[in-house]
Write a protein that binds this ligand. Structure first.
Ligand code: AHM
Length: 334
């Protein structure tokens, strides 16, 4: 049987990219490989979620006598494990952990990257078979190599990201990542257990017809947000409408759809939670980076997300992200 030369795996792609940089050490390619490996393990567990009655509830002991962990904890442990044992990461920050973890050993202290991630975003959707995802963000350390990573390495503005990406566990499992050179999507080919390039050089459409927001909070949003949502509903054919509202409540799925088809996603502040719900470091910065690289925009309603200097690792921010022209429509709402 002939080999299908058109198939390119994630590893092949990142190694090929590296060849363009004679001084590249292969650390970034190694990190992406590690993230790909952890996400394949998470994919397997996510696909078993429906079997919870057979395999045992989280927090109990299953028929093999093993303790069953909640999926988000399982995912966190997988990512932490591969990154700790790999050679490319000096430390991690995770939405699931109270503080950063610095891998203080000889190899890790000489690694030039740190990684931040939300191991399982949208986890309240697991029980109901809705797409969920992992989000990650990679920074070059600002601290001295040879020593343990520091908090400053993690508290960098999003503009400093070297790469950012997500994995969506949906009707198929996809890993999408962006660097300054562009954004690529890989679909997991389960028959060979490899992520293969399926969406090369993704561009976010300049405009779209979808707006994604939690309508239940409408009366808690500020006047500008309320006006914009109302304008979306009032659009007709003469001005590019009608717009459609789509809100899965799983940001990876909502933003992935808008990245491919065009649209705007909003998680504004509310009267109860002026900073909204989403985390700057684990959720907003990576998506802001991906969307900007693909041609779209991302703000907190006023400021460019990527220019915000974080003060705390679990900081929250209102988030508006999507197709360039739709974001400009929002910005022009008064
Ligand atoms: P999580 O960290 O508990 O998974 O929550 C994050 C998710 C996002 O994926 C999604 O956009 C948002 O919460 C939905 O929140 P809400 O139900 O308030 O609209």
């Amino acid at each position: 049987m002939g080999v299908n030369r058109k198939i390119q795996t994630l590893d092949e792609f990142t190694i090929q990219q590296m060849r363009d940089f004679p001084n590249a050490t292969g650390e970034l390619a190694g990190l992406l490989r590690d993230i790909g490996l952890a996400s394949k393990r998470v994919h397997v567990e996510v696909n078993k979620a429906g079997l919870v009655d057979i395999l045992g509830e989280a927090g109990t002991t299953n028929v093999q006598g093993e303790e069953v962990k909640k999926l988000d904890i399982f995912a966190n442990n997988q990512f932490m494990g591969v990154l700790r044992h790999g050679i490319s990461c000096a430390g991690i920050g995770s939405e699931e952990m109270d503080d950063i973890v610095v891998f203080d050993d000889d190899i890790s202290n000489n690694s030039k990257y740190v990684c931040l991630f939300d191991p399982l975003d949208g986890s309240s959707n697991i029980d109901v078979n809705v797409s969920i995802g992992t989000i990650f963000s990679i920074y070059r350390r600002v601290s001295e190599l040879g020593k343990p990573a520091t908090r400053e390495d993690f508290l960098q503005p999003g503009i400093n990201q070297v790469a950012a990406g997500y994995v969506i566990y949906g009707s198929s499992t996809m890993l999408v990542y962006a660097t300054r050179r562009g954004c690529q999507g890989f679909t997991l080919d389960q028959s060979i257990g490899e992520f293969t390039l399926s969406h090369p050089d993704i561009k976010c459409p300049e405009t779209g017809k979808v707006y994604s927001v939690n309508h239940g909070n409408f009366f808690q949003y500020n006047e500008k947000v309320q006006k914009y949502i109302t304008a979306c509903q009032q659009k007709d054919k003469s001005n590019g409408g009608p717009y459609t509202q789509r809100y899965i409540g799983s940001m990876v799925a909502d933003v992935h759809r808008n990245l491919i088809k065009g649209g705007i996603f909003m998680y504004p502040g509310t009267t109860d939670k002026p900073q909204g719900k989403l985390r700057l470091l684990y959720e907003c910065n990576p998506f802001a980076f991906i969307i900007e690289i693909t041609g779209g925009k991302a703000t907190d309603g006023e400021r460019r997300i990527l220019e915000i200097k974080p003060e705390k690792i679990h900081q929250r921010t209102p988030f508006f992200v999507g197709s360039k022209l739709m974001m400009e429509e929002y910005e022009q709402t008064i």
